[in-house]
Design a binder for this molecule. Sequence first.
Ligand code: AMP
Length: 280
Amino acid sequence: MRIFTTVNALKRAVDNEISAQKIVGLVPTMGALHDGHLSLVKLALSQCDFVVISIFVNPTQFNEKQDFASYPRTPDSDLALLENSGCHAVFLPDYETIYPQPDHTVYDFGDLELLFEGKFRPGHFKGVAMVVRRFFEIVRPHKAYFGLKDFQQVMVVKAMVKQFNLPVEIIGAPTVRESDGLAMSSRNRLLNPSERSKASLISKVLKGIQERIIIEDVEDVLNWAVNKFNEDKDFDLEYISIANAENLKPINTKNAAKHAVALIAARLGKVRLIDNLQLY
Ligand code: AMP
């Protein structure tokens, strides 16, 4: 496994792979790696010849200073995990390497910007698009891997690829969960033991929605779900919705969409958690 910190050295390594007709894969991360990240690496290794993992805690996608400051950073264990994963290259850039000059590009995500994460985290998706586009420019991957845990993020990245007509295939990979159902997330490390034991409510409610939507109305299902969060004052629910999985427009009646997804964001103490489940 080679470790790169500069654009030129990484570009040279990728150039060699591309001239040898190799398929290049990229897995962008913010570190504090867990099995969710490693599942993306594994998928990338199964489909590509040369897999690059980037680790960069991207300040432009944090809409709260405190969230950026407290974001877990575990560089030593990240490198040990990646060494074991069999990936070929790790890219560890600093801020100036990613943002040599300000990015004034106007990104167009349509309504995605106004819904859910777009609404509750102003500027977040612009930050995601800026950093992912920059990684694509440096690495020039044929395939890039993102977790469906961040369902809306996958849609935003696909919209960005379409806007700039970039030659990369975006692959969304299933959410990896803890044994109690909690979606793995770097932020889970910030939960205290009591919060950690409560956190699985989110995935349990998603499962409940998936079961209830078969026989109940959307409105009744959502009322049931909201009440579940109201029963515990440690949870501060930001949104809970059932939406069309193609465009994330909330749906009010079953069968209003071919595929639907339930999405939840909730704060538990100081930690903001998101999760989703495809319903049908
Ligand atoms: P992050 O480091 O949180 O920015 O995540 C890097 C990538 O890993 C993103 O594409 C995430 O969607 C993905 N990811 C995070 N958690 C999980 C998980 N539990 N299962 C699968 N993918 C995940």
